[in-house]
Design a protein around this ligand. Structure first.
Ligand code: ADP
Length: 413
């Protein structure tokens, strides 16, 4: 890639000089150096195992290397001079076409910034799917440049990762049964109706009970994480009234908050909550909120948790504000990493696996949303999520899409 950019830059510079010059002979040395560089670039481009394509500012493919041809099934001679949309048809891992506003090439062209998508399906000439990671880098000026698309087949990589996670998921699944049995027996030991133990034994049994519950949660979270990492979490997006869906979760979880003596409040903007229609899988959307609320309750000793749903630049902004222990600034950038837990005297007594935020960050990304946190250590935290609000026209278009999808599913079954 570096050689390629170097060569392109070089050719542009030389071309520029030529156009200004009347005496071509003066630049013979430059020309020969340029040709040599092009030849070198060609050798690299042809030998490289990543697919490489260059698309000009009109969207036409001007270069397509052998690896690109092998991966897509398009002959180099057929691909060159075609509009890139004919060759680069991207689908998400649930095999739904990726819309233009999320298409990695279109995003790079529109923003004139490098873009990347790590796990996406590319449809081949024979309508099969190949799993790829794609990187798109713009070069030159917007009306005199283009983009370089580099893509890699990650099928084998994912298969290996899949075997590893198959092991974790089978192991977690198998271990859940004995853990449940242990938990059940300890529960009986602690129940005065089924067993009589002295107060010292009761303390030990209680500790064992908590540990077995923690282990059960850990295995459940591990199962969820392997599903997410494998891309096995399939969504069924529908049109959702964000305010109503949030309110439902708040109502369900309020019992848990009240038990701890915390006030959990849904903060509506006015008498009537505006309608914010978003396009998400409702179970996954609510799982994200449940998780954040669960944490807010867990990490708040006293005070309140406030949930608000507002609009922010075409997005619905859902914030969950707690008056809990807060998060030290140095931990904030790591919170969404796998197994990350803040380790201090405030958190040590609260059980957890460090997987919840990792899971919901993944889900939020999959649903096309954003998630973030602002926190004041010792005072409280605000977790927020944002999703695009659909315009009326977009909602109608999506409704048609959903109908067509349902029709196709019914036809298949
Ligand atoms: P856990 O199972 O440990 O709660 P999470 O991934 O859900 O795992 O959260 C990661 C860490 O982020 C937690 O261990 C905790 O230190 C911190 N955290 C999450 N939510 C809050 C919150 N509302 N207030 C304070 N700390 C929080």
């Amino acid at each position: 890639m570096d050689v390629l950019s170097e060569c392109l830059g070089y050719l542009q510079r030389v071309g520029h000089t030529f156009s200004k010059s009347k005496k071509l002979s003066k630049h013979a040395a430059d020309l020969s150096a340029a040709l040599e560089a092009t030849e070198r670039a060609n050798i690299v481009i042809n030998a490289i195992s990543d697919g490489i394509a260059i698309i000009n500012d009109k969207g036409i493919i001007s270069l397509f290397n052998p690896a690109a041809s092998e991966m897509t099934g398009w002959a180099m001679s057929d691909a060159v001079n075609l509009d890139f949309r004919s060759i680069f048809k991207f689908f998400d891992i649930t095999e739904h076409p990726i819309p233009d506003d999320l298409n990695v090439i279109i995003c790079a062209v529109r923003s004139n910034n490098p873009t990347q998508q790590n796990d996406v399906f590319l449809q081949t000439a024979s309508k099969k799917y190949v799993r790829v990671s794609v990187k798109v880098t713009p070069f030159g000026k917007s009306n005199n440049g283009g983009v370089v698309v580099i893509f890699r087949d990650i099928t084998a990589e994912k298969r290996e990762g899949g075997q590893q996670s198959d092991f974790i998921s089978t192991a977690s699944h198998e271990m859940r049964t004995p853990i449940a049995i242990i938990e059940g027996y300890i529960g009986m030991l602690l129940n005065p109706a089924t067993a009589t133990i002295d107060s010292r034994a009761k303390v030990y049994a209680q500790k064992a009970h908590e540990a077995s519950q923690h282990l059960g949660r850990l295995f459940q979270d591990l199962l969820d994480v392997t599903k997410v990492d494998d891309g096995h979490v399939r969504g069924n997006p529908i049109l959702v009234d964000a305010g109503a869906a949030v309110r439902q979760v708040v109502e369900q979880i309020s019992v848990q908050a009240n038990k701890k003596g915390l006030e959990l409040k849904y903060d509506s903007v006015g008498e009537i909550q505006p309608l914010y229609i978003i396009y998400v899988d409702i179970d996954q959307f609510q799982e994200i909120l449940e998780n954040i609320l669960d944490n807010a309750i867990k990490y708040t000793k006293q005070g309140s948790i406030k949930v608000s749903v507002t609009e922010n630049q075409g997005k619905v902004h859902i914030s969950i504000i707690d008056t809990g222990i807060g998060i030290p600034a140095e931990d904030v950038p790591h919170l969404f990493q796998k197994f990350y837990r803040v380790d201090n005297s405030d958190t040590r007594e609260v059980g957890g696996t460090g997987l919840g935020l990792y899971l919901i960050k993944n889900l939020t990304d999959r649903l096309g949303g954003q998630i973030g946190v602002d926190s004041d250590y010792g005072k409280g935290s605000t977790f927020w999520v944002e999703f695009d609000i659909l315009t009326r026209e977009q909602a109608i278009a999506k409704a048609h899409e959903i109908k067509a999808r349902r029709g196709a599913t019914a036809g298949r079954s």
